[in-house]
Design a protein around this ligand. Sequence first.
Ligand SMILES: [Zn+2]
Ligand SMILES: [Zn+2]
Length: 239
Amino acid sequence: MQCFRSVVRLPADLLCPERCAACDALVHPTDLLCAACLTATRRLGPPECPGCGAPRPTDARCGACARPDAAIRTARAWAAYDGAAGPSPVARAIARLKYRGARRLGRRFATVLTSRISAADVALVVPVPLHPRRLRARGFNQSAVVARHLARSLDRPIGLTAVVRIRDTPSQVGTAAVATRSANVAGAFTVPRPPAVRGRPILLVDDVWTSGATVRAVARCLREAGATAVDVITIARVL
Ligand SMILES: [Zn+2]
Ligand SMILES: [Zn+2]
């Protein structure tokens, strides 16, 4: 749709509506989802485990995150990945971003994520990287698309190559056991220039938290390279 906002000063949503990222209904240009899809979305928030974002009766760390050597300081997600019956609106929206190349959605995804981020805790925004081969095949990294918009709205630098994936790993989809997932990603990442992350708190961005194995491996890598803390933000979380 043509946008004449700069010529005729009318409310932007009258002239430049966007489509709901899940169902294509017309929405205000800054909204990710329409009202119906938002209602069908289980948004996450406290009380939750600070280490993995799992909903909890209190804000205490869960058993898996209570280890003193945990690499992740906090992990938060905007919404639950699974719907009550079939794919949730947020799962459909992520599939559009990832597989249908709807890069324009990046800005609106970043907008919903900012409510779950404390900007004061962030010195550098880093996306979970794809292996170069997968990046070439897909043409873009969906987490980097969102991270770029987040960095802009937080007014922080982005480290697109602060962490790189040196070993391709099997798709995590369908790999249920956490131990298997952790073994798959062990040694898959490296920080090529440690001074770029040393002494800085990092915001690590990914699309979906499944078992947490991938972000834990990246976070460990960043901490070993000298990052002072790693906070994780994902669009959705498998519960
Ligand atoms: Zn919708
Ligand atoms: Zn936890």
